[in-house]
Design a binder for this molecule. Structure first.
Ligand code: HSE
Length: 367
């Protein structure tokens, strides 16, 4: 069988790099011919992969792009918005697999999270849908974490509070957090008086010269309960995406009501979320554990103890793994039908790169 041509755009950024790493690990590059595109470095050397074109191609070369069976882009919404309509206008019928949010809610786009919505993806493929978009990172991580409860149709509503790592805002945001930490370490001399030291750190963090280009405030020793822009209803755009995308991914007719507050925290990588869930009926904690841990191979159920939590339920514990830890599962004082849990997963893996990698394999191997 003739190998398909797959083009990659935006493969050097954080999500793109993690995607290429995962594909290399899984030997995905054996399955197709790869062409690497660049918006600024055409003619330079492409990454060394099996069945790969050695030279970087121009990411705005519409003719060459239309020769690809599949395009995978992590270049961002601006690129997607500019390029995809031109390709379709030229009659390109290939698959567009995209990490950016721009086309997620379009009717002719499918949000991909195949462990949850494989049937819906198959139906979309059969009906000729060509645009397959990764969901917001917190949405994919949460849905995989609670897949057991979703599958059992147990959820009435969810209140979710996120604790999102600075890498969700890009590599520069990570650099800035490290820079802030280094400046504080260099300039603030710790004295025996801990309150004096705290004051010195605070004043330094609030000073004019302190580097705060990415979040409008210091992230070192701080949290910021706002991610993205504000909407007329008071939600942030990040919060709006949760209900919109989760319900688009779901195959059920009835919607799950969900809302919360998205918070940026000074963690480098991996997003955490604390959920309060109203169940449709009372279910034993033992049964909930079984449902959660048997829903997919990535959930790691964590016993509700301080020791197990510290060991397995932190960003550090899951970073650079496909594990999605779920713990602190408990009943609340609100009622027997209200439970709480905490979950954490690597937002660059299951939150971004992995669903795209799996969708690419579906397109290449099954279409
Ligand atoms: N919107 C997400 C964030 C990106 O800001 O954290 C996904 O990691």
């Amino acid at each position: 069988m003739l190998k398909k041509q797959v083009g990659f755009i935006g493969w050097r950024g954080m999500v793109g790099s993690v995607l290429i790493q995962r594909m290399t690990q899984e030997q995905d590059f054996n399955r197709f011919n790869s062409v690497f595109f660049s918006t600024s470095q055409k003619g330079q050397i492409a990454p060394e992969v099996i069945n790969g074109n050695a030279i970087l191609q121009d990411a705005y070369d519409m003719k060459l792009l239309t020769e690809m069976n599949v395009l995978v882009t992590c270049q961002g919404s601006e690129y997607s918005q500019r390029v995809l309509p031109q390709l379709r206008k030229l009659g390109w019928k290939g698959f567009w697999i995209d990490a950016a949010s721009y086309y997620r809610m379009e009717q002719e786009s499918m949000i991909v999270l195949d462990p949850i919505n494989r049937k819906k993806i198959d139906a979309a493929l059969n009906s000729g849908i060509k645009n397959y978009i990764g969901s917001n990172c917190t949405v994919s991580l949460m849905m995989l974490a609670i897949q057991g409860l979703i599958n059992a149709d147990l959820i009435n509503w969810i209140s979710v509070m996120s604790y999102q790592a600075v890498s969700g805002a890009g590599a520069n945001a990570m650099q800035e957090l490290l820079q802030q930490t280094a400046i504080l370490d260099r300039d603030v001399v710790a004295t025996g008086d801990i309150l004096e030291t705290e004051k010195a750190i605070r004043l330094k963090s609030q000073s004019e010269a302190f580097p705060c280009m990415n979040f409008m405030t210091a992230m070192a020793f701080n949290v910021l309960p706002f991610i993205d822009t504000v909407l007329p209803n008071g939600q942030s755009k990040e919060e709006w995406k949760i209900q919109a995308e989760l319900n688009k991914i779901l195959t059920r007719a009835d919607l799950i009501a969900i809302d919360g507050i998205c918070v940026r925290v000074p963690v480098l990588r991996a997003h955490s979320q604390a959920l309060t869930i109203e169940l449709k009926k009372t279910v034993s904690l033992r049964e909930i554990e079984t449902l959660l841990s048997s829903a997919n191979p990535w959930v790691r159920f964590v016993e509700n103890t301080p020791q197990e939590t510290a060991k397995y339920l932190t960003p550090m514990a899951v970073t650079d793994t496909l594990n999605i830890s779920v713990g602190r599962v408990k009943r609340t004082n609100l009622s027997n039908r209200h439970i709480q849990l905490f979950t954490v997963g690597d937002q660059l893996l299951w939150g971004a790169a992995e669903p795209l990698r799996r969708m690419l394999n579906i397109c290449v191997m099954e279409q």
